[in-house]
Design a protein around this ligand. Structure first.
Ligand code: PLP
Length: 427
């Protein structure tokens, strides 16, 4: 009999000869022992090229909040494919999508379309610098904000703050000259950043739910405190909602926690798998594109992505959608906690909107510091591969993305698999 995943292994070895590193994104190269190759996805399930079927909690690393092949998304995409993918001019769909998305957010006056979260953060920082005439950006805690040179720092140092260190080979240290790294959930620390460099800080950049290092609700008053500090010091507050956008509800973290940033970045789930991202916020800041702040992009606002985005909002606006996801999250967390207790494992589990977190080796998870303490090597090398054997596809960093198409039956099967896997691994 062929060993499990033999077709994926063979294709990965073949890919290594034609694709740099064998993968299309560095993070996929970090999956142990190699990434799987998939044939198709339907609902909450994926089928790999070896014919194995999985309940999918990776969801494209976040974008597929509506799951795979949602009928409304397929219909919108097919209709637009017939009409045209790109026009190189304006199209009705970019306007309709902007109106609908701003309506969903409820707090932003204007937006710019772009293609990836990385680009959205890049343009947000440019606008903040243009608006304030200052250069320094303070990023908080374990936030990952994309792979461009000026923010790719210290994110795997989690919440420790301090001097930003380049994260990538080939990244000039000078690219981080205007970046400071502060602590998440620590207002005094942010205040001291302002005091250390008065009148020089353009923006505070925060992922409101620390979504790459914990997926937690911020401490009560924290976002309000950041808002106050930014106002006092004439800096802009930027929320990176590339992950939390739409996953926490239509208005994202800004709406959920009732704090209005000056700008916020969105990506991933807004496009249901299309490469689309946005920066939204105050009209006078966004309108700096009319006064020389450059915002370009061949694919920006393409009608295919825009119709899919509008269809995504249509689905998510239906009553009960977020309640369904919430019920899934609750059931998942309850089941994982029970499985861990019964197997004698120390595991923290919680969910926030459409993201659940399971962290091995820590009793609680409140932010980047606890996240850094969890045993991610054990998770990546033992829990994730063992769960694959049970037909459950997980991310390396402990997040389980939930979609509208997951069912309670999927969640039950998942928690049963966790129970067996925890039992089979040393506590
Ligand atoms: N911001 C956050 C919070 C992210 O998690 C990511 C990607 O994971 C990005 C920005 C960058 O988005 P993209 O991968 O679409 O460039």
């Amino acid at each position: 009999m062929e060993p499990r995943w033999s077709s994926s292994k063979a294709l990965w070895e073949r890919a290594c000869r034609s694709i740099g590193g064998g993968v299309a994104s560095s993070v996929r190269g970090g999956v142990y022992p190699h990434q799987l190759y998939f044939e198709s996805g339907k609902g909450a399930h994926l089928v790999d090229i070896d014919g194995d079927r999985y309940i999918d909690y990776v969801l494209g690393w976040g974008p597929l909040l509506l799951g795979h092949g949602h009928p409304a998304i397929l219909e919108a995409a097919h209709a637009q494919l017939d009409r045209g993918i790109m026009f190189g001019g304006g199209n009705m769909h970019e306007v309709v999508a902007a109106e609908r998305f701003l309506g969903a957010l409820g707090w932003a006056e204007r937006l710019l379309w772009t293609n990836t979260g990385t680009e959205a953060v890049q343009i947000a920082l440019r606008l903040a610098r243009a608006h304030t005439g200052r250069d320094i950006v303070v990023k908080l805690g374990g936030g990952y904000h994309g792979w461009h040179d000026t923010v790719l720092a210290s994110y795997m140092g989690y919440g420790k703050g301090g001097e930003p260190v380049p994260h990538s080979l080939g990244q000039p240290a000078s690219s981080l000259a205007d970046l400071r790294v502060g602590l998440y959930n620590d207002l005094d620390n942010c205040a001291s950043a302002f005091e250390a460099e008065p009148g020089r800080i353009a923006a505070v950049l925060v992922d409101p739910t620390s979504s790459n290092t914990g997926s937690v609700a911020p401490e009560p008053g924290y976002l309000e405190g950041l808002r106050r500090l930014c106002d006092e010091h004439g800096a802009l507050l930027i929320f990176d909602e590339v992950v939390s956008g739409l996953r926490l509800g239509l208005s994202g973290a800004a709406g959920r926690f009732g704090v209005t940033p000056d700008l916020a970045t969105y990506g991933k789930a807004i496009g249901s798998g299309m490469a689309v991202a946005a920066v939204a916020g105050r009209g006078e800041v966004i309108d700096l594109v009319l006064q020389g702040a450059v915002h370009s992009g061949t694919f920006n606002g393409n009608p295919l992505a825009m119709t899919v985005l509008t269809a995504t909002l249509d689905v998510l606006s239906q009553p009960g959608v977020y309640d369904h996801i919430d019920a899934l999250g609750q059931a998942l967390v309850k089941g994982v906690r029970m499985a861990a207790i019964e197997a004698g494992h120390v595991v923290a589990a919680h969910h926030l909107g459409a993201t659940a977190m399971v962290a091995p080796g820590v009793p609680r998870l409140t932010g980047p510091d606890d996240y850094a303490e969890a045993d991610w090597e054990h998770w990546g090398k033992h829990v994730v591969p063992a769960m694959l054997e049970y037909g459950v596809y997980l991310l390396p960093g402990g997040r389980l993305f939930l979609s509208t198409q997951h069912t309670l039956a999927d969640v039950d099967a998942t928690t049963e698999a966790f129970a067996d896997v925890f039992d089979s691994l040393p506590a």
